[in-house]
Design a protein around this ligand. Structure first.
Ligand code: ARG
Length: 652
């Protein structure tokens, strides 16, 4: 039963015929923020005061008189200036928990109107090492897909792989000129990754050398400006401001030169690299040339691409398998390649794409610059592929909503893309950029996986599992907890806890904020971590085991649930709010709503277990009733975690 929704309906009925849009006001019924104000609060009267020209307190009293809610709640309490506080009847609370616990969906309803969602997530650039940012997209996208499906929507997940971009030109160039055949034989993806980084380093070295004179000139100009402002600065506010800005400009210009010189030194101090840089001048253009050849169907480059792709994909697949991530489709950029030319032709014929300086553009209302769909040299762009993707998805899936779970830095791209898509006739699809912030190190800089690691991610997952092992399987801790675990079990537990730590750390932060990647903190058993919630689950499994009950539906149905203690009541109420937590995840697409709920529930359980003896309860009935609460909590934690793509273990 959707409890909140039912309460809202009752209020809407009471408001019907009295105010316009009763449903809208009824939305203001919500779980109480403070238990002193009951279980639910209805802050409806205050916003109606002006409209009805009656004092809020009077409105609240009249509303309560019209309200038919006796079957669910005790008589509502009205407090000045016009708050209405609701308290559920204990027997209602008990029966709702009891009927939820025997339902495999734990009483959670499904959407009335089933929508089709396409979710575009993970989408790494193949042949480049994957990094932490890609975890965010993968994990957020995966949990949204799980939650949406669970709530009854049709979800199509698509990994829009970057498998056709400039990185392939770089890898192909590297392979043709620098490959270490033995290394490629032994570990092909590691070698490709090395080649990518090598070419990348040489390109950025050459760019640094080229930009050095300009950087020097910038310093000279900034210094000159500084000395001018310095003379005027004394005692003059505006000039002082200018002086400060000029100082900063000099500092920035100097820093830029330092960065350039570092890049240059790294190559020049290595005779081999230095020689390569000289031999392969203008490497960027050469690598681009390889990409162009690939796109034009050059047999040699295409053969290399076809050789590299399965190797890279199987490496990616390993990471996904380990994280239990699956996709319905993995239509990478290459999949759309052949559709680009016809698409651009159609758009041009329809007058939707227009020539501009030799290129083709879609002019989008509200944007200064148009969206380029074909460059003057004939090359298509990232955005062109995205348009073709929209067209393809419309044709094959008819989505109502399309979610793009991508780094916030691509915000501009998506804004323009969505506007362009509306311009060319896809206005009926609700397209949303599900942006997320940067994963940073402790200094607040973007987190970098260890230099030299092959697939940054795989190494990171191992590392998390290792830390989890150290914390959870610490011999002293196991002894204290009286847990005898075989080495195999310890490994399984660490794997489950370690991977969960990475996922949860990502999901529990508001997705739009940056967060600090701190492996040590993520695997802790205390605080808002996956390990804490998994531990709560294992603790409950242990209680049930010690009680020698197997929590079947038959067992659960014959128990009389009593909620006499406040801690019991609070726990029951919390359990019923699982459904609200899930629905609220869809409001703006924030999985952190679910993590926050699960953390609160686990804490609520801890205080219940502190205050209310279970195995040693006074009577057999009370013992059974509390065991049922334990079981309901365990099931909710498990289902909730599973919707985040996180598993549990029975012992830890
Ligand atoms: N491959 C891109 C990247 O790693 C992300 C692609 C996102 N999806 C899309 N349809 N543009 O930056």
């Amino acid at each position: 039963m959707k409890l909140t929704e039912t309460l809202r309906d009752r209020f809407a009925q009471a408001l019907d015929g009295w105010v316009d849009q009763p449903q809208e006001y009824a939305q203001r019924v919500a779980p109480a923020r403070d238990p002193r104000f009951g279980d639910y609060q209805a802050n409806i009267a205050m916003p109606l005061e002006k409209k009805l020209g009656i004092k809020a307190l009077e409105i609240a009293n009249q509303l309560v008189a019209r309200l038919k809610i006796d079957d669910l709640c005790l008589p509502p309490e009205v407090l000045p200036p016009g708050f209405i506080n609701l308290r559920l009847r204990p027997e209602v609370l008990a029966s709702l928990v009891q009927s939820a616990v025997v339902d495999e969906r734990l009483g959670v309803g499904q959407v009335a109107q089933r929508l089709t969602y396409v979710i575009d997530y993970s989408s790494p650039n193949v042949a480049k090492p994957m990094h932490v940012g890609h975890i965010r997209s993968t994990v957020i996208g995966d949990s949204l897909a799980r939650i949406l499906r669970f709530l009854g929507h049709r979800v199509i997940s698509d990994n829009h792989l970057g498998d056709w971009g400039t990185q392939f030109g770089m890898v192909i160039y590297g392979y043709k000129h620098f490959v270490d055949a033995a290394a490629f034989e032994a570990a092909p993806v590691a070698e490709l990754s090395r080649l990518y980084r090598l070419v990348q380093q040489l390109i950025s070295y050459q760019a640094a050398v080229q930009s050095r004179p300009a950087a020097l000139e910038l310093i000279a100009r900034a210094t000159e400006k500084l000395s001018m402002t310095q003379e005027r600065a004394a005692g003059n506010k505006k000039a002082e401001k200018e002086f400060k800005a000029a100082t900063r400009a000099v500092e920035e210009a100097e820093q830029a030169l330092i960065d350039i010189d570092k890049k240059i030194a790294r190559v020049q101090s290595d005779p081999l690299l230095n020689q390569l840089a000289i031999q392969h001048s203008e490497l960027e253009t050469r690598a681009q040339g390889e990409t162009v050849k690939l796109h034009q169907g050059d047999p040699e480059n295409l053969a290399l691409w076809e050789r590299f792709m399965p190797l890279c994909l199987s490496e990616l697949e390993q990471v996904y398998r380990r994280l239990s991530i699956t996709f319905d489709y993995q239509y990478g950029e290459s999949f759309y390649h052949a559709m680009l030319e016809p698409l651009v032709e159609r758009l041009t014929a329809a007058g939707l794409a227009k020539p501009s300086d030799g290129a083709l553009c879609i002019f989008v209302p509200g944007f200064d610059a148009p969206m380029l769909v074909r460059k003057a040299d004939g090359a298509f762009l990232y955005a062109t592929t995205d348009l073709a993707t929209i067209e393809y998805r419309q044709e094959h899936f008819q989505p109502d909503v399309m979610l793009y779970v991508v780094d916030h830095r691509q915000g501009e791209h998506f804004n323009k893309l969505f506007a362009a898509a509306r311009t060319i006739g896809y206005g009926h699809i609700d397209m949303q950029h599900i942006a997320f912030g940067t994963v940073t190190d402790k200094e607040g800089k973007p987190y970098k996986t260890r230099e030299g690691s092959v697939m940054g991610l795989d190494y990171l997952l191992d590392e998390a599992v290792d830390r989890a092992y150290q914390v959870v399987c610490d011999p002293e801790r196991l002894q204290r907890a009286n847990l005898q675990m075989s080495e195999v079990e310890q490994r399984t537990v660490s794997e489950t806890v370690g991977l969960a730590a990475i996922k949860y750390a990502d999901l529990c932060h508001n997705r739009t904020s940056d967060y600090v990647f701190d492996l040590n903190q993520m695997v802790q058993l205390e605080g808002n971590t996956a390990a804490y919630i998994q531990y709560s689950y294992a603790r409950i499994a242990n209680i049930l085991k010690n009680a020698e009950v197997s929590p079947t539906n038959a067992w659960a149905s014959q128990i009389g649930l009593t909620l006499a203690e406040p801690a019991e009541r609070d726990l029951a109420l919390n359990l019923l709010q699982f459904e609200d937590a899930l629905w609220s995840c869809l409001d703006g697409y924030y999985p952190s709503q679910l993590t926050a709920y699960l953390y609160a529930l686990a804490r609520q359980f801890a205080s219940f277990y502190d205050l209310c003896p279970v195995l040693k309860a006074d009577t057999a009935e009370l013992r059974a009733s509390r065991l049922l609460l334990c079981h309901a909590t365990g099931s909710t934690l498990k289902l909730g975690l599973s919707l985040l793509g996180i598993g549990v273990v029975d012992r830890m």
